[in-house]
Design a protein. Structure first.
Length: 228
């Protein structure tokens, strides 16, 4: 089964509508992803405060009961003090939330790089969830939904302003993921699920290129910038 709808629901729909957006970034019920969380539109400095993130991360994979909680708690505690380079260090072995943190740190200074790290986080977090089907839905799935909503709206309102550049970024994300190991959720754990997630992202790229004229028109009608 194609995984393209996973991306199309959470990534395409928010970028053509200005203002508050309510959408479901994953195709099943997500406890903890409240309408208030899902509909918020925030500026980059507000996207990751410890309270907003910690309220969504409580339980992790039953096979590794403390791994996700410890990883996310550590990142919450160090987000304000660590530089982008410190967050990037050995990032392939960190919880996928680290990629989102890098995206937030970069957004005000380098939006294109923020888009890259956001989509890389999406790919690796989606694989982490797919590789752990018995994960507590109030833990990582709920955290993923909140991150996708909080950061995804802001990132995608910018990213979809230049469809060709976004397509190139997606290619770069796929190449980075293929080239680097995954020390947090091993690629060998669920190779079929990994390929499914990667195909979904490729299909998203094809879809936005196919529909770029419609996307540009909808963005113009909703007062959003198209570049160039």
């Amino acid at each position: 089964m194609s995984s393209a709808p996973f991306y199309l629901v959470s990534l395409v729909l928010p970028i053509v509508t200005a203002g508050s957006i309510s959408n479901q970034p994953f195709p099943f019920t997500l406890p903890g992803a409240t309408p208030e969380v899902m509909g918020i539109t925030a500026t980059a400095p507000e996207l990751f405060n410890a309270q907003a993130v910690s309220s969504q991360s409580s339980t992790s994979d039953s096979e590794e009961p403390d791994k996700d909680t410890d990883a996310t708690s550590l990142l919450q505690q160090t987000f304000d003090t660590q530089t982008v380079e410190q967050l990037k260090q050995n990032i392939e072995s960190k919880h996928p939330i680290a990629y989102y943190f890098v995206a937030v740190k970069l957004f005000e200074q380098d939006k294109e790089e923020a888009v890259f790290w956001y989509y890389l986080g999406q790919l690796r977090y989606r694989y982490h969830l797919a590789a752990n089907p018995n994960i507590d839905p109030t833990g990582d799935p709920a955290l993923f939904a909140s991150l996708s909503s909080l950061l995804g709206t802001t990132i995608n309102e910018y990213a979809f302003g230049d469809i060709w550049k976004l397509a190139a970024t997606i290619d770069r994300v796929l190449a980075w993921d293929k080239r680097h190991t995954n020390g947090y959720t091993a690629k060998a754990k669920q190779p079929e699920e990994l390929e499914r997630v990667r195909i979904g992202l490729k299909e998203l790229k094809d879809k936005i290129l196919q529909d770029q004229d419609q996307i540009r028109q909808q963005r113009t009608e909703n007062g959003l910038e198209n570049r160039p």
